[in-house]
Write a protein that binds this ligand. Sequence first.
Ligand code: HEM
Length: 148
Amino acid sequence: MPTGPQVILILKIAVGLVTALLLASAVALAVKKPRLHGVLNSVLTLLTLVTVILFEVVIRFLGVDVKAHMNEEARFALRIHLCFVIPLTPILLWMLISGWKRRIRMHLAVSVLFLILWIGMFVTGMFYLPHYDQRPADNPVPQRNEPK
Ligand code: HEM
């Protein structure tokens, strides 16, 4: 059974990989290879959806607590992170479908929102969520509403 910090680390590696795919798909557009852009982003969407489903299984069915090792600041960062992540999944599907259907004006308009959400997800996830235990070994982090 993975620990909370291990799950966060695996997610950071996954986000790094799919962000590399997104950058590669931007290069494909720049060198006028729209088909490659579409293939790379289709793979990106599939990997992202599989990761989201596996993550849900790990926290809901295996019961891994991914917050227990976080201090109050990291928990606040997690709430901000979720503001970017939750709308990102439907927007990603919207990008995929508008691309497949070649609704390019809509695709470009939604890409602005998509990029804002992706950058927000990347920065908050990579730099503000700890993949190490923030609790001192002999002194657990006090929880909200808990006497210090
Ligand atoms: C992030 C900013 C993005 C921009 C600026 C962008 C822009 C474009 C443009 C201009 C095209 C038309 C290319 C052409 O036919 O000449 C296109 C096609 C396409 N895009 Fe994107 N895109 C972005 C992200 C995405 C994402 C995230 C996805 C999928 C989740 C995606 C999926 C597709 C697909 C499937 C096509 C059709 C490719 C084909 O012709 O087979 N794009 N995109």
